[in-house]
Design a protein. Structure first.
Length: 399
């Protein structure tokens, strides 16, 4: 999403300026071109030599670099950039931006910027919470700036609270989401299932699995960012959605997910079944907590749950696209291909637990996409957000 993008990165006088080295590396790795504009105070925390080495560009700090009549044009920077990111943004700089105090090159560049602006505050918790800072942030929001909320944690003062500049990888993710091809799935309705299901044994115990829901939620965000109306049916996970184009339905058991999926699927253009649905559930559920003292041994009789993928595959119309996931440990492609055919899927996303960094709980994934036409595409290990866009691209080809 950032390939070829021109980014002005503004750096101010905060200890968090050291993080910009990692941010620059990540942006350039994504294919972006980065131009640094730094305040005089910012140079006390990270040197222009370091920044120039990372960006392969001279660092801009002053209006006049030499005494030969040459000068740095904030107007040209404002026209050149696809986006401006100010990270870290101190309380002082935020106040100047909000009130148009153009006393340095960074603020002047901001005031000339034609491109969207992202602001990542970094300061002590009391400074961030102060009404003046909050008012200035609200002013910046009203101007259309994007505020990257700071994280909570230990600060430079060794106090703990909200004020840490967001981590570089999170900032890169936000920028990728912003530049996602918004029209790729325009006017399409997409159903996504995510997370595990819990099959109750008694009121406090259940059968479940290790699914975190991260892959399914990344898919929901990616589809919504590409213009789709997303219905996300989520099992019990501690994740939240961010895009307003996502309608979330929370369920717990496989039966609940089955009923919700069958209800909404007829209105969908596509469905991506990413949830790790329990194949079995206890045949009987105790209505009260089972006491260990009353049972020396316990045997659970399990019965199969309904197959959501097969059920949707049996009712899907020719214009609908159905994709599934296969998590395998042996003969991966063979088992995935069999599942693809048996459940009438258009394509299937294969994960192997033999691949390091793939499967449950990770922030990364390594997939192979198999299609009903016999095609097989292997992708390298990527973040689950990047994997989501690979899958969305494949879905868009079908739609």
């Amino acid at each position: 999403m950032l390939q070829g993008k021109k980014i002005v990165l503004g750096i101010t006088g905060s200890i968090a300026a050291y993080k910009t080295a990692y941010l620059i590396r990540a942006l350039i790795k994504k294919g972006a071109e980065v131009q640094i504009v730094i305040t005089p105070a910012g140079k006390e925390f990270i040197t222009p030599i370091t920044l120039s080495a990372l960006t392969s560009k001279p660092v801009i700090s002053e209006f006049f670099s030499n005494r030969d009549g040459t000068w740095n044009s904030h107007v040209d920077l404002g026209l050149w950039a696809d986006v401006m990111v100010i990270a870290p943004a101190t309380a002082s700089t935020i106040g100047k931006m909000a009130n148009g105090v153009a006393d340095n090159m960074l603020v002047t560049t901001y005031l000339s910027m034609k491109a969207p602006v992202f602001v990542a505050p970094a300061m002590d918790l009391d400074m961030f919470a102060h009404p003046a800072t909050q008012k200035n942030l609200e002013i910046l929001r009203s101007y259309g700036n994007h505020i990257i909320e700071p994280a909570e944690g230990e600060l430079a003062s060794h106090l703990v609270g909200k004020g840490r500049m967001e981590e570089p990888d999170k900032i890169v993710e936000l920028l990728e989401r912003f530049f996602a091809p918004s029209g790729l799935l325009a006017k399409k309705k997409v159903l996504i299932t995510a997370g595990p299901t819990y099959e109750k044994i008694d009121p406090v115990r259940f059968i479940g699995n290790y699914s975190s829901g991260k892959m399914g939620f990344a898919l929901a965000e990616a589809c919504a960012s590409c213009g789709a109306e997303v219905t996300l049916i989520a099992g019990p996970v501690s994740l939240s959605t961010h895009h307003p184009g996502i309608q979330r339905i929370n369920v717990e058991s496989a039966e609940e997910m089955y009923k919700a999926s069958l209800k909404v699927f007829p209105e969908m253009d596509a469905a991506i079944l990413c949830a790790a649905v329990a194949d079995y559930r206890p045949s009987q559920r105790a209505m009260e907590k089972i006491k260990r003292e009353t049972m020396e041994t316990m045997t659970l009789q399990l019965v199969p749950n309904k197959d959501i993928a097969a059920s949707l595959g049996a009712i899907k119309h020719p214009h609908q696209i159905l994709a599934g996931f296969a998590l395998e440990t042996t003969d991966e492609q063979l088992h995935a291909a069999a599942k693809l055919k048996k459940k009438n899927l258009d394509f299937i996303v294969l994960n192997s637990l033999n691949d390091r960094g793939a499967g449950f709980g990770y922030d990364t994934n390594k997939i192979t996409i198999l299609t009903r036409h016999g095609e097989s595409t292997v992708y390298p290990l990527k973040s689950k957000r990047e994997v989501a866009y690979d899958i969305v691209t494949k879905l868009a080809e079908y739609l």
